[in-house]
Ligand binder design. Structure first.
Ligand code: SD4
Length: 325
């Protein structure tokens, strides 16, 4: 387990489980003071992404809202050329083109998504822009890129030398096999709870390595790769997207929590729904993380090897998930 603690100058807001009324919101011409409770923020992310988690957590501790914090956290990995499953440097499709998928969902139930976008690194921010600046929820392919350029995003060649080399090697055999194992995934799903106790989430990925051109997985599909209901909780998925889509995994988890299951129980049942359709041990991987409004968290995966990152009160941890096999 990797555990990293970092110290920040005593932020009153970041200390304490639930600091009862500390934020005084003075309104113009108002004689009474509006009192708001401040909740301890936290960040829950798929995989071992300490820096992304820290960035989002520190933003939340400064009072940034959950969605802004999540988008800023995942942006670090989207720019990280060494991460071959997210953003710039992500593994390409069979034709050698990097196409990215992302979605966001906030505490109001608003959402935005971009599918199969080329040449734009920060697709989580782009999904947020779709949500906030268009009347739509989803933009795909060329249309998403055109929108990004209209918003001032800089076009980039996303095929890093490292990813190009790996793709060329794959081409030597060129077997199309939708296999997700520990080496070829790291989709970042991030759930943030802010000082108002509002939940938001983000999911960003380059998808399945060497996928068919035009293939889109679960990650940008609201309800599959990500779902938030601010009254109940949130969930996010990683792994073989086809299996997550078939069971509408993240929505399922939130609905199970609505029925009274803990985040852990809900993740386990959602994995169970995938497994019950298989004969024997599947060779693909799926994992979920979830949180509820009480601040409880859970995670479950099909195979060993999945871990999640959890930040709260300046403590950033990487925790090994429970799994069926
Ligand atoms: C997909 N779910 O495109 C993504 C891949 C993934 O970690 O999660 N990788 O199917």
């Amino acid at each position: 387990m990797r555990r990293k603690t970092f110290i920040q100058q005593g932020s009153l807001l970041a200390s304490g489980m639930l600091i009862s009324p500390v934020l005084l919101n003075k309104k113009k011409n108002a004689t009474s003071k509006k009192i708001m409770a401040s909740f301890t923020p936290y960040v829950l992310s798929t995989w071992n992404v300490p820096r992304a988690n820290e960035i989002a957590g520190a933003a939340l501790d400064r009072g940034i809202n959950a969605l802004e914090a999540a988008v800023s956290g995942v942006a670090f990995e989207e720019s990280n050329l060494l991460n071959t499953t997210v953003g710039n440097g992500g593994a390409p499709d069979r034709d050698g083109e990097v196409t990215l998928d992302a979605c966001v969902m906030n505490h109001k139930g608003d959402c935005g998504a971009v599918l199969a976008v080329q040449n734009i690194t920060h697709v989580a921010a782009l999904a947020k822009d779709v949500m906030e600046k268009t009347p739509h929820v989803i933009l795909a392919g060329e249309g998403a890129k055109k929108f990004a350029l209209s918003q001032g995003y800089t076009p980039e060649d996303l095929l890093s030398p490292q990813s190009k080399k790996a793709w060329k090697k794959w081409l030597e055999k060129g077997n199309y096999q939708p296999e997700i194992n520990v080496e070829n995934h790291d989709t970042i799903g991030m759930l943030c709870s802010d000082q108002n106790g509002h939940l938001s989430g983000v999911c960003t990925t380059s998808g399945l390595a060497y996928k068919m051109k035009g293939r889109v997985g679960d990650s940008p599909i609201i309800g599959s790769g990500l779902f938030i209901d601010n009254n109940i909780g949130g969930a996010v998925a990683t792994g073989l997207g086809e299996e997550v889509i078939k069971t509408v995994g993240s929505f399922l988890i939130v609905e199970l929590m609505r029925q009274g299951k803990s985040p852990q129980e809900a993740c386990e049942e959602a994995i169970g729904r995938i497994i019950e359709k298989q004969s024997g041990k599947p060779d693909f991987h799926v994992a979920y993380i979830a949180t509820n409004k009480k601040g409880e968290i859970g995670s479950y995966s099909i195979h060993q090897g999945f871990s999640y990152s959890f930040y709260k009160k300046n403590i950033n941890q990487n925790i090994i998930s429970k799994s069926i096999y």
